[in-house]
Design a protein around this ligand. Sequence first.
Ligand SMILES: [Mg+2]
Length: 284
Amino acid sequence: MINPKHEILNSKQYRMKDLLSCWDELAVRVKRAKHILLLIDYDGSLTPIVEKPELANLSPQVKECLQELAGNPHITLGIISGRAMEDLRERVGINGIIYAGNHGLEIKGPDITYINPAAKKAEPVLHSLCQNIEENIGDIKGAIIEDKGLTLSLHYRLVDEAQMRELNRIFCEATKPLATSGRIKVGKGKKVYEVKPPVDWDKGKAIALIAQNLKGEEQPLMIFLGDDVTDYDGFHFVNDSGGISIYVGEGSTESVAQYSLYSPKETYQFLDMLRETLKPRTGN
Ligand SMILES: [Mg+2]
């Protein structure tokens, strides 16, 4: 069921509401929920987009807030990202929560351990593709290739415009035969090419699996925050499940998400309000 208070532009799009200015209406839903499944993307949602992916660190303030939310018995917290799961786990560093890496192809949490079997099978193809690209981009300054196991990323945020043509040529030459024969899928994020195994899986399906595996929690209120195109599948699933979808970032006021936050700084403000609102009351 979709919240009727949101202006629906077509079957998939909303005119987003600024979350911080209508927190009160959200707070009511949050307080009413028996349990909350809070899932957050990492880069661009919890941390600002940075020049190099290794520089995206969680601030101590945000970590402390997440830790408190994770300790609340009414909340199940998960971080869901395009990063490899281990990388994500090290960066966030909170025990006892759910980590979903590689866009949800691998998930680990207190009640769930999942690796997409078809993706696991395709790992060697991705790995040799990664080596192939790496050998050829040596002369392109600023290109960063990341072998993330089940997927790979080619970041070009730091590549000079003049060298983009050459980078695109190398990337297309390496990926085209594999994509044509159905052994990989190619997509794009913010200044990054993403190569994935040819499996029918996305963040929406990962969220569905996480929700199914919640022990003893009937119909939790799902809240999902994301900033990039790979998060849209998550927004769709959460919308269809009566949850709350939140887009983080500047730009369009129309999206598949119901609410918007301007930046990761505002994500922190939202998380802080959530923590205060759901703080277990002691005494009377
Ligand atoms: Mg992101």
